[in-house]
Design a protein around this ligand. Structure first.
Ligand code: ADE
Length: 312
């Protein structure tokens, strides 16, 4: 099998099996239908994919349908895709976009994803310029909760950035886009690509060091935090060479009006040496976040019964 398929919920298994009875899997994609999902308009696109809004015909749940044209995927893109699928299928967390199902046809592949209808954090920061202190705390704590969960499951995201932090209509965080993610044990893989966006890339990525571990996500979280509280990026330059120097030298200045406990958190995260960077547990215990309660049962309403039926 080219792509490992996630386990399906009993309802989804039933609907998929019903289709298989009298049709081939190819016939699952009929006009504006994919399996049991009715497809609506486009809500995003990536290098190899388009994302459309869709509804499950029975549960009426909204989903995001990531559509990939298999004929256009070279071997590198195929590898990224199979990583995305294998990372997402072992993650179930309220702050991580859930992969419900994968539908395959000979020419296309559809990832049926949890829908986050509140846009992304990058857009929110750009439209509101500066988020309130309490919004920053609640948002960052949810990102932290998601990353801690991923790292506990030996998955490094490697492309954390404000654009990949999706929001629901109630402001709940859903970390998305696991295309560059890797299992921590895949050591030989560490050097293969400069993953992600340069503005969020840790110094060790620019120094081309061979072990790129969980601290690359920690660094990117520091950049997201800086961007969220100040409305500007910590490292900016007009060429990649200048950006590289800024990042390697850790040349950033936190504006003096940022609250002291938040300044200390940023400085604890954005450290050039990966082993000196704050660990996730240190972040969770920092003074700036202390007024926010962990875990997040109060921040996240329970999923609806229809949503629950889609979960294992
Ligand atoms: N764009 C990309 N992925 C998405 C998702 N899961 N929800 C909403 N919009 C998206």
């Amino acid at each position: 099998e080219a792509y490992p398929l996630p386990r399906l919920s009993p309802l989804q298994k039933l609907t998929t099996d019903l289709c298989k009875d009298d049709k081939t899997i190819k016939d699952l994609v009929v006009g504006r239908r994919v399996g049991f999902y009715k497809v609506r308009g486009e809500i995003g696109f990536g290098t190899f994919s388009r994302v459309k809004l869709a509804f499950h015909a029975l549960t009426k749940d909204k989903v995001a349908l990531k559509i990939l044209d298999r004929t256009r995927l070279d071997s590198h893109a195929q590898r990224l895709l199979s990583r995305e699928i294998s990372s997402m299928e072992c993650l179930r967390h309220p702050n991580v976009v859930c992969l419900y199902e994968v539908v395959e046809t000979p020419s296309r592949l559809f990832l049926v994803l949890e829908y986050a209808g509140g846009g992304d954090l990058h857009n929110r920061i750009c439209t509101e310029t500066k988020l309130s202190d309490v919004t920053c705390k609640i948002t960052f704590a949810q990102i932290l909760s998601a990353v801690k969960y991923m790292h506990n499951h030996n998955i490094i995201h490697r492309d954390l950035k404000a654009e990949n932090v999706l929001l629901t209509s109630t402001g709940c965080v859903k970390v998305a886009d696991f295309g560059f993610s890797t299992q921590i044990s895949e050591r030989s893989d560490a050097l293969d690509t400069f993953c992600g966006s340069p503005q969020y890339a840790a110094p060790e990525l620019f120094r081309e060091e061979c072990y790129l571990g969980p601290p690359v996500d920690v660094w990117a979280m520091g950049v997201v935090l800086f961007f969220m509280v100040t409305g500007t990026m910590p490292f900016r330059a007009d060429t990649i060479g200048k950006l590289r120097r800024c990042v390697i030298e850790c040349a950033y200045t936190v504006p003096p009006w940022v609250p002291g406990p938040c300044q200390r958190l940023i400085k604890g995260i954005l450290k050039a040496a990966p082993d000196e960077r704050y660990a996730l547990d240190q972040m969770m215990g920092c003074n700036w976040l202390l007024p926010v309660e962990f875990p997040w049962s109060l921040v996240h309403p329970e999923p609806s019964s229809a949503q629950q039926s889609l979960l294992h």
